[in-house]
Design a protein around this ligand. Structure first.
Ligand SMILES: [Zn+2]
Length: 246
């Protein structure tokens, strides 16, 4: 419920900023939309490729595909684009939608993890697609980008017109607050809800709640107590158990 309010607030703010920019100069908005459109229709995988290269990712090999295939067959799920992240400092998995295609990236070390836990990881990531979480995330990051950069742009134009430095600072402050607050709420509120729901749906795929819990604890242990992740994992596990025991 809170998530919907939050989401609406972020979208409304970005909408207002766009509207203000439009009032200032419609060309500005058309220009922005055109850049955004070009960005989205950029050659397939270019940006994604760079990001994955940064994380030293490669596509699944034949052996890895054979290893995970039973999971997808059992649950009648279409196989997404699968990536192995070879960076040894990363021990996690990610689901994202890129140009309408589902992608899942998994740390290489998770293959040493045994079938049960690896399937739990995949089930959790696939559950994010069921919940349209990745599309939501994309919308939210675009709205945050529009809200933040739009506020800065608006501030620059308005303050330049009146040669007012305090006005510029004011809009910079508003942009900063919007960026930080929306990020904080998305990371520590919205995304925890998403994760908790993906845990439940994932455990329903594998029908193996225990492996799902172990997988969460392993990732948490690997991360250490930074960012309060242990607390979050504990909350996710208790939510998972409370739903599955009903
Ligand atoms: Zn997740």
């Amino acid at each position: 419920m809170y998530e919907i309010i939050l989401l609406s607030l972020i979208l409304t703010y970005s909408g207002i900023v766009l509207y203000l920019l439009f009032l200032l100069s419609p060309i500005l908005v058309f220009f922005g939309v055109a850049i955004f459109y070009l960005y989205l229709s950029a050659p397939q995988g270019e940006d994604l490729g760079q990001a994955l290269e940064y994380f030293q990712a490669r596509k699944f090999g034949k052996k890895e595909l054979v290893f995970v295939k039973p999971f997808f067959e059992k649950n009648k799920l279409p196989i997404p684009v699968l990536w192995v992240v070879q960076n040894e400092h990363i021990f996690n998995a990610f689901a994202f939608t890129y140009q309408g295609k589902h992608n899942v990236a998994v740390s290489e070390r998770m293959f040493l993890y045994g079938e049960r836990k690896l399937y739990s990881v995949l089930a959790h990531e696939m559950a994010h697609f069921d919940g349209r979480d990745t599309q939501f995330d994309n919308i939210i990051s675009v709205a945050r980008l529009v809200g933040t950069s739009g506020t800065i742009l608006y501030g620059i134009i308005v303050s330049a017109a009146s040669f007012s430095f305090p006005t510029l600072l004011f809009f910079f402050a508003i942009a900063g607050i919007f960026s930080v607050v929306s990020e904080y709420f998305m990371d520590f509120w919205f995304s925890i809800g998403q994760e908790a729901r993906a845990d439940v749906r994932g455990a329903l795929y594998t029908e193996d709640v225990e492996a799902h819990m172990e997988m969460l604890l392993d990732i948490c242990a690997e991360y250490g107590p930074d960012m309060g992740s242990k607390k979050i994992v504990e909350r996710r596990i208790s939510y998972l158990l409370s739903v599955m025991n009903h």
